[in-house]
Design a protein around this ligand. Structure first.
Ligand SMILES: [Zn+2]
Length: 249
């Protein structure tokens, strides 16, 4: 491979290579049992990284990057599916660089919960594992940019061209369901909606305020810490989405 930045694969070859990575991963992982990813570890991300480097890049990353790679599965990321950060301790020493790829556990576990919301990078995915691959491919372009240029942005045309040439990605973003979309589409709830939820042995009613990992609900409470413009006081409750329901009329 002369120059990874100029490499372009035809569509059929990308598909074949992606399937090859998938079948190697299923063969070699001690944790992953199937494409629904009931279990996934950060070691699997590392294995996937090595497979992509071999299958798509002919070992280019291994030959051209002397720093360290780290992989993690994030419980905090609720909107982004993946994130790549580059920590450079000393720019005069390339081997002190650490590049970390984080994958959102929440977005992966939401896969399949809203019908039709299964596109990543403009490509329809057939399984949770395939969605993870496409998320990972996006992050790999960030990795290559960090190695080649010391900076990376998926908003720039350089990134978009490489993502299209190497992986056939037509878009930057995933359309996998976020908790917010699940609440909106499955429960008909959005911020401002009146909601009820069980709390200890009672049922509380309040106003849905925001949805991240859990829903924040403001419940009227004369001793509450939160106050609105009218001087009404509230307490905030963090409620798992599956416990939210419509209030009794
Ligand atoms: Zn990005």
């Amino acid at each position: 491979m002369k120059d990874i930045i100029l490499t372009t694969y035809p569509c059929g070859e990308i598909k074949r290579k992606r399937e090859q990575v998938r079948s190697f991963l299923l063969q070699r992982s001690t944790v992953i049992k199937g494409v629904d990813l009931a279990q996934l570890s950060s070691n699997d991300l590392e294995l996937m990284f090595e497979l992509y480097d071999q299958v798509f890049f002919e070992g280019w990353i291994q030959r051209n990057y002397s720093g360290r790679m780290q992989f993690s599965i994030s419980r905090k990321m609720t909107n982004s599916a993946g994130k790549t950060v580059c920590l450079r301790n000393d720019s005069s020493k390339p081997d002190s660089t650490v590049i970390e790829v984080r994958i959102s556990q929440q977005i992966l576990s939401n896969y399949g919960m809203v019908e039709g919301a299964d596109m990543v990078g403009g490509i329809k995915t057939g399984s949770r594992l395939e969605a993870l691959q496409l998320i990972f491919e996006h992050e790999l372009i960030h990795v290559i940019e960090f190695i080649c240029f010391g900076e990376s942005s998926c908003k720039q045309s350089r990134f978009k061209t490489m993502a299209d040439n190497l992986f056939g990605h037509k878009e930057n973003y995933h359309q996998l369901p976020t908790n917010k979309q699940i609440a909106q589409q499955r429960l008909g709830l959005s911020p401002g909606s009146a909601v009820a939820f069980p709390y200890q042995d009672r049922k509380l009613e309040g106003i849905l305020c925001s949805i991240r990992k859990r829903a924040s609900v403001m419940v009227s409470d004369k001793n509450g810490r939160y106050c609105d413009k009218e001087g009404q006081r509230y307490s905030k409750y963090l409620v798992p989405l599956q416990l939210l329901e419509a209030p009794r009329k």
